[in-house]
Design a protein around this ligand. Sequence first.
Ligand code: SAM
Ligand code: ZN
Length: 581
Amino acid sequence: MSMDLNDYTIIKEGEAEILMHAKNEVFYNKTQVNNRDMSIAVLRTFISKRKQEHEAFLSKRTKPAPKVSENNGSVGDVEEKPNELDMKIEKSNGECEGPEEKSQEETCSTSEEPIKTEGKVRGELKPPRVLEALSASGLRALRYAREVEGVSQVVALDNDKGAVEACQRNIKFNGSVACSKVESHLADARVYMLTHPKEFDVVDLDPYGSPSVFLDSAVQSVVDGGMLMCTATDMAVLCGGNGEVCYSKYGSYPLRGKYCHEMALRILLACIESHANRYKRYIVPVLSVQMDFYVRVFVRIYSSASAMKNTPLKLSYVYQCTGCDSFHLQPIGRTVSKNTSVRYLPGFAPVVPQGCSDCGKKFNMGGPIWSAPIHDQEWVTSIVADVKSMKDRYPAYDRISAVLTTISEELPDVPLFLSLHNLCATLKCTSPSAVIFRSAVINAGYRISGTHVNPLGLKSDAPMDVIWDIMRCWVKNHPVKAQPADQPGSVILAKEPVLQANFARAVASLSKAQAKKVARFLPNPERHWGPKLRAGRQITSKHISLLGEEAVNGCLNHQESEHEAKRQKTEKTEDANASES
Ligand SMILES: C[S@@+](CC[C@H](N)C(=O)[O-])C[C@H]1O[C@@H](n2cnc3c(N)ncnc32)[C@H](O)[C@@H]1O
Ligand SMILES: [Zn+2]
């Protein structure tokens, strides 16, 4: 293959370098450095956790097996930690036997090679294999191979010939480690994943827009206890711009609340769980991030027909009041325990009356969303520690450490959040400072935290009537102008508070970020920091849902002004030609 290096520029990110053709035919988005850095951090932690789990498994196997307790996994419950008991023995045909069929003592990970010693299975942990299913230039695959210790192989796929050629060129350009670990194939990722079931310890999906068409095959390609990393950039769809499109792609209705970005994460998780369930599998989220213009989730996948029964306990519909900011979760399922047996039943409904008990207006219903925890805080702590211990190996260190630290401070068992600004907008009152509001919530006996998706968002386990009582007490000291009686704010304020709010500053009222004076939300490093189109396509008004109105208008204006400049130039030339002739 002959190539003129002058046609290329070299792009370096982390330890990988890629050759970018002057015509830029293959997709590359610099802004996704945050996404790639975050994924490298999670991959490093995955490898070390997997090793610890394996060691614990080997040492426990010599002891008597503990009893497995059923966890109903309902909202507010701490997520069941799958351990070695969840891992299955691989049958000769590659299928997993469920816990009903195998004794707990015999279980082990499918990514291990089962070796029989003295009638017992001994597992040897194989180094992890990664599938980058939608790889474009291969930058991400190359970074995994070159930067993450312990990765044995990265398979990079793309269905675009130009992308695969670029990827193969880039593998060579990155030297011997890359050549020995990374392989690139021209393939439809869906077909490849379906024909490689339970083969990869990590599957990474980073599509244009929605990952929905890849999920069914991706959940089947991950080994038991392995990880699926998945990006979705179709935020307009996931955030309620086109509710019906979201329903058709993800099986959930989005709502347009301030919490819509967190809801997007929870819709994606619910969708992955639903695909996993089709194959007697279930997910355990370890980290769920909304950054820049996309959401990205990191979930482990396990097989267990019995654990799968808990899925309805981890999903809820959301009732969002159309008049005020109140929202309520409606769990899909519940359990009833009697002695040692557990019965699985549909959730009690409805959790709300026909009209909002705060303002009297109707509810919109969204979901179902994943309402169990979206992060594993123990994982988050390990990831943060790992990132901080090798700052200079993360080009996007400032950004990812800020996001991860904010995530580590989120209340893990409180889905969605309130916006103090919205509460005040409903009542048309001045806003208490976040510290004062947090204090009132804490003094009333509830918990409150920030959220990484919105600097003004507040997560709290206080019920909506307590929140409104706090605001009623605030308004008593900060009166508002009279409003028409039928306004939601007027209806709320017409009621006397049951709770007398105490606004005295509570010790824990400062967010940890404020207390440590650390920036948690960093501005974008440059203009047009956003998603990119498919390689080789021109931006038009059709791309608003992918890129956002501002970026598209900016680009169209730019295209128009370029077009206008060209037109003027042509006219001038024509005029000049005319006057010359
Ligand atoms: C957003 S880009 C991937 C970017 C890359 N992961 C990175 O970090 O730079 C999406 C890629 O998926 C490829 N693609 C789209 N549909 C595919 C399919 N069905 N099978 C394989 N590749 C596909 C496209 O050609 C494109 O190169
Ligand atoms: Zn209401």
